[in-house]
Design a protein around this ligand. Sequence first.
Ligand SMILES: Cc1cc2nc3c(=O)[nH]c(=O)nc-3n(C[C@H](O)[C@H](O)[C@H](O)COP(=O)(O)OP(=O)(O)OC[C@H]3O[C@@H](n4cnc5c(N)ncnc54)[C@H](O)[C@@H]3O)c2cc1C
Length: 430
Amino acid sequence: MIDFRVEPELQVKLDWMKTFVREECETMDLLFPYPGAPYDIKNKKSRRILKPLQDQVKAQGLWACHLGPDLGGPGHGQVTLALMNEIIGRSHWAPTVFGTAAPDTGNAEILAMFGTKEQKAKYLQPLMDGDIVSCFSMTEPQAGADPGEFKCRAYREGDEWVIDGHKWFSSNARLAAFLIVMVVTNPENPPASRMSMFIVPAETPGIKFIRHVQLMGDSLDQDDGVHAYIHYDKVRLPLDAMLGGPGEGFKVAQARLGGGRVHHAMRTVGQCQRALDMMLERAVSRRTKGKLLAEHQFVQGMIADSIVELEQFRLLVLKTAWIIDNEPHGAARPYIAMCKIQLAKIFHDITQRAIHLHGSLGCTPETPLASMWFGAPVLAMADGPTDVHRAQLAKTYLKKAKPAAGIFPSDHIPTRRAAAQARYAKELAS
Ligand SMILES: Cc1cc2nc3c(=O)[nH]c(=O)nc-3n(C[C@H](O)[C@H](O)[C@H](O)COP(=O)(O)OP(=O)(O)OC[C@H]3O[C@@H](n4cnc5c(N)ncnc54)[C@H](O)[C@@H]3O)c2cc1C
């Protein structure tokens, strides 16, 4: 049975969220637009406005909606989260206001699953309360996200682990209370079991920032960005700093990235909807050659293509969410890959058309469209390049494919027709 209706009580919540995101979270976007602003817990001005907003979200029972009841969340399924994240996705600040900002969400999951009692007490609760932020440090400058090429390693020395090496693009590292770092501990193993995961308190000696990298499109009046290039210079940790077992780093990383990717896709639906809403408003506001843009057929074509592509993508995301909720663990993997592959393309195409309809204004930073458009290549790269997911998806389907029995494909019409004629030879003869 397929049912696309939304429960009335949920609809009330979604309507509240829509108004709240527009009026409050987008206000934060305007007041504190610089990169990393939502994570900057030392900025007293933004925190002064943020806290009461987070309290309103908590009072509505909408705080950290991705968490299950065991972690103090409401335990919504992914379909409900898809509808909520679509609204949250419209604003840069909204994930922080709603307690669903990456990478803190995934890091909280890792800590909950693999942390010691002390680590949970020190980091998990404050992270879930929004009082601290965290960093996930995996990518390396020479290796991208391929564990087979990682060089940053950890080795045992007495009762300590020592981390030695470099990491690249560790977002929010300089703002984080702790970093979750994936390093080589078992170099002799195949890629999937070479790595282990560690929790590294930010104040640990030996964490050296080489620089903080900016993203294209970041405001140029900022000195630096929020994506850290780090040298872990013989960083010493107690033995219980390892999360999961030796060689289980990849497994731990997978546990966190699956949920994160689908939530990115959900929020991208919201961003695309925002661009589409802007296109529609522009089309009925602006006149040229004696008529509204909306009356020009090329404009209608751009709008129609955007509506169809967005609806297809929204349905893919909802189906993926439904599979996560209803099918055995792992069944959604190919669908999560489909979402990851498609999201950057859809986002690019729709924001590109929206910019085009806004003319010269669209090419300036005076609307959100330019910074959205810069985000498309970023979406194709963060959480692993699209190519990796395309290859993985194709391989999943190819594994199930069987070679044709003869020299022609099994759908070869002359071969099948000959078989059909042979089957009904008697009936066809008279
Ligand atoms: C905004 C942003 C935030 C990020 N935050 C973090 C973070 O917090 N922590 C962290 O650890 N990392 C983070 N990253 C890094 C991200 O995980 C990497 O960018 C990504 O995994 C790719 O690595 P790379 O940038 O070195 O690209 P490369 O590995 O050099 O890839 C470049 C291109 O090579 C091709 N390619 C690479 N690998 C394959 C493959 N397996 N199969 C086929 N083609 C391939 C693709 O065309 C790809 O686009 C972030 C990245 C961005 C853009």
